[in-house]
Design a protein around this ligand. Structure first.
Ligand code: NBP
Length: 479
């Protein structure tokens, strides 16, 4: 056997990953695809790469040194299960099967448990960065056993993106931890994109600046604390002119945002865990709202503010929006990390949060300067009760919160939707409140359902006899 690593599934992601692997010193890559023509095409198109062709799964197994390591890059769901079954039938105990597809983490947990029974390691590995990342260096989020990482780690470290000299890969945690963290990455990506979109919309409608002028603003922002891939590409999209009409491309693109579901997964999972990821949820819902075209069409004549809106001081307003964007972004990340913490507790994963931020610094869509500050925050205090409570972020919120409020007020008065800005601000105010009206909700729950409440001044659980004489009784704990 001559190959040390295999790729199964040679569509766009798999073939790029195979080429990335083959380009690294010391790797010989076995390649397999269900439709063999694709294997032949890849090998023919890249004579520079040292590929070993496998026409069958048995050939693939025979071509690999032990412990055998294969990365699956096929369509998530049933196809992944089918390929795992085939690999299990030709692999031996100690071998390693890696799923690099976009699997739901609960599927990964199930698959890991099933494959473990055979003595074979199963590693769910989140791979970010799309096809470009797969080819030139993705951010890699492997789960699975620590033992499998001993073999897999060095291979992944050589193909990962590099940030400040360090490869963007770490052993995230056991079984589904890697795919979980990849899912939250995508959720944060949704929030980040929505926040940038809201910033653009407010600036455009408040100041009348053109998309190209706003592109310049984003370029300037990219020189500061907001520096990120998403800000950078936003400027490029805004500057693009449609060849056919000569108008900004952004004005001819239908304003109905699509989604492939990972943002929704992040929110569904957060609901189950009881973690408020309101920024991410608003971003997912904003896409849903945008796509309900018939409803939007029917609603265009609903009343709104009567006065046309222009801001008095455009420069000051743009700076306020920048601050609102930064503050809301802190909230989105803080909420995303809360979800990671909650899931780690639920699933027994020992996730190093600073490491997660570190491996997101390159090779993925949410790469940003900001992630260095997250890594530092967790290095200083790994047990932060919330990311936003780290001194750096606390400080940043202190410097931005007044501007953030002005922007949310202006948006509401002007009738411009800013769901992620405003819900992030509500979350911030909710978190820092001395008292919340949740006390009243508890009273209501006790009134109609005898759901009981606790008191601020003594231990125990209480119920007011609402339908009787309204005296309070101590509730007996039935558990
Ligand atoms: P696709 O998701 O389009 O899957 C196509 C591949 O799956 C082909 O190799 C196909 O083989 C194979 N396949 C299918 Br479909 N059913 C199969 C079966 N029953 N048995 C064996 N092979 C089967 O490929 P992709 O866009 O390269 O993505 C691969 C994975 O990477 C997906 O899970 C995706 O979600 C994930 N991902 C994609 C991106 C991205 O930017 N595209 C980014 C990150 C992660 P065939 O040639 O014989 O039909």
């Amino acid at each position: 056997p001559t190959a040390n690593i295999a790729v199964v599934g040679l569509a766009v992601m798999g073939s790029n990953l195979a080429r990335n692997l083959a380009s690294r010193e010391g790797n010989t890559v076995a390649v397999y695809n269900r439709t063999t023509q694709k294997t032949d095409d890849l090998i023919a198109a890249h004579p520079e790469a040292e590929f070993v062709k496998a026409a069958t799964m048995q050939e693939l197994a025979d071509s690999l040194q032990k412990p055998r390591t294969a990365i699956i890059m096929v369509k998530a769901g049933r196809p992944t299960d089918a390929v795992i079954d085939e690999l299990v039938s030709v692999f031996e105990p100690g071998d390693i099967i890696v799923d690099g597809g976009n699997a739901l983490f609960t599927d990964t947990i199930r698959r890991e448990a099933a494959v473990r029974e055979t003595g074979i390691h199963f590693v769910g590995c989140g791979i970010s960065g799309g096809e470009e990342g797969a080819l030139n260096g993705p951010s890699l989020m492997p789960g699975g056993t620590a033992e499998s990482y001993e073999t897999l780690g060095p291979i992944l470290e050589r193909i990962a993106a590099v940030a400040e000299g360090e490869p963007c890969v770490t052993h995230v945690g056991t079984d589904g931890a890697g795919h979980f963290v990849k899912m939250v990455h995508n959720g944060i990506e949704y929030a980040d994109m929505q926040l940038i979109a809201e910033a653009y919309d407010l600036i455009r409608r408040g100041t009348g600046k053109s998309p190209a002028e706003i592109a310049d603003i984003f370029d300037a922002w990219n020189g500061g604390e907001l520096e990120s891939y998403l800000i950078e590409i936003t400027a490029e999209v805004l500057r693009q002119v449609d060849a056919e009409t000569g108008t900004p491309l952004v004005d001819v693109i239908l304003d109905a945002a699509g989604a492939k579901g990972t943002g929704a997964w992040t929110v569904q999972t957060a609901l189950d865990l009881g973690v408020p990821v309101s920024g991410i949820a608003e971003a997912v819902f904003a896409r849903s709202l945008s796509s309900r075209l018939a409803q939007r069409e029917a609603a265009t004549d609903l009343p709104g503010p009567s006065d046309a809106w222009t801001v008095a001081d455009p420069e000051a307003f743009v700076e306020d929006v920048r601050k609102a964007l930064f503050a809301s972004k802190i909230i989105a990340y803080s909420q995303g990390f809360d979800e990671i913490v909650a899931a780690a507790e639920e699933h027994g994963w020992e996730i190093q949060k600073g490491e997660v931020a570190r491996i997101w610094r390159a090779g993925c869509i949410i790469r940003a300067r900001f992630l260095n500050d997250i890594t530092s925050a967790y290095a200083e205090n790994p047990d932060l009760p919330a990311l936003l409570l780290a001194p750096y972020f606390r400080d940043a919120l202190g410097q931005t919160q007044e501007a953030w409020r002005r922007v949310v007020v202006a948006a509401a008065q002007a009738g411009i939707p800013a769901p992620a800005f405003s819900s992030s601000l509500s979350y911030y105010d909710g978190l820092r409140a001395d008292r919340l009206p949740a006390a009243l909700v508890q009273g209501q729950r006790d009134f109609f359902g005898a759901h009981t409440y606790r008191r601020v001044d003594k231990d125990g659980t209480f119920h007011t006899q609402w339908s009787g004489d309204r005296t309070e009784v101590e509730a007996v704990d039935t558990h």
